[in-house]
Design a protein around this ligand. Sequence first.
Ligand SMILES: NC(=O)c1ccc[n+]([C@@H]2O[C@H](COP(=O)([O-])OP(=O)(O)OC[C@H]3O[C@@H](n4cnc5c(N)ncnc54)[C@H](O)[C@@H]3O)[C@@H](O)[C@H]2O)c1
Length: 357
Amino acid sequence: MRILVIGGAGFVGSSLALSFQQSQPNSKIVVFDNLHRRGSELNLPRFKQHDIEFIHGDIRNREDLEDIPGTFDLTIEASAEPSVHAGQSGQGVNYLIGTNLNGTINFLDFVRKKSAGGVFLSTSRVYSIPALRSIKLDEGDTRFELSAQQDMTGLSKGGIACSFPTVGRGFRSLYGSTKLASELFIEEYAAVFNVNVLVNRCGVIAGPWQFGKTDQGVFTLWVARHLFQGQLSYTGFGGTGKQVRDLLHPRDLFRLIQQQIPVLDKHRGQIFAVGGGPENAVSLKEYTQICEKICGQRLDIRSQTETSPVDIPWFVSDLADVGHSFDWKPELSPESIVSEIKAWLARFETILRPLFT
Ligand SMILES: NC(=O)c1ccc[n+]([C@@H]2O[C@H](COP(=O)([O-])OP(=O)(O)OC[C@H]3O[C@@H](n4cnc5c(N)ncnc54)[C@H](O)[C@@H]3O)[C@@H](O)[C@H]2O)c1
């Protein structure tokens, strides 16, 4: 197989590229990335070591993609400016739209001409923030919990499904808008040009080799700050760390994509909610306890009560639809994610400490 991973030097892309190389050593894996993300350059020696070809290019430039030699059996689009805060201050809007939206159209035209199929990584941030904030929650000791009575489409005890409102209930962040618009173009290209691309609409993904920052990748940053004794704050919704997210390890995502590859034509244009699901949901406060136990360090975490306009108190992916179509559920718990991140940080402390402190 020939597999191209766009944004493959990033956290999720590099994990997928290396997983493919390990599980299919006879495949040719090519990574395309402009190394925009701080730390992504640290993946280049890993690619060399595992015989993965690296091409420096920018998804905003259609010629950069057209210059990639050969055709592919699969193209994964994992490049992005992935922060929900991106562009919100007015800075970097062009880069965000150029990469996340124009880049998607360039990816689709590339697949149309040069790839048998593709997988697009979208985000749970496509949902309307006012709709997400109107979910009824009870405040427990360590987390916000779903109240028994709910009246929202696409919301159940199992989590949030793809039918939850994305439009008509208000804004969703510039990041979320670029991804929602991308999903629309994917559906269109699938219907009009039979382009075999499906969408995995992912919740929070966390694991080693994520160069987490306060505005993106906070679950990895949280482990690093515990291990290296940095500062952390619970921000928003009362500043007590009761916000809930379900966590997905990229290896679990890889297991799903492996199942999707042979049936991309059957699922072209379709969107699947993908995440850790209710079993792997934690609040930040509970996550702190896991970090303390695994890192053996305790931090005095500050409290900032002001809530960012793009923050949400509760998100858990409903895995029912993806579970009906594929024999898949996540296997890696938040505890194993923290253990892996800690082991990675400890092993590469010299290069990683400056990035995280
Ligand atoms: N990490 C998460 O929690 C999460 C959750 C949901 C969806 N996603 C999606 O998964 C994908 C991968 O996210 P990630 O966490 O690996 O992010 P990341 O920032 O680690 O990786 C993205 C990669 O894209 C590259 N890139 C950025 N702009 C580019 C451009 N113009 N041309 C070429 N390459 C460019 C970056 O250098 C980086 O290596 C993204 O589409 C993101 O929106 C991530």
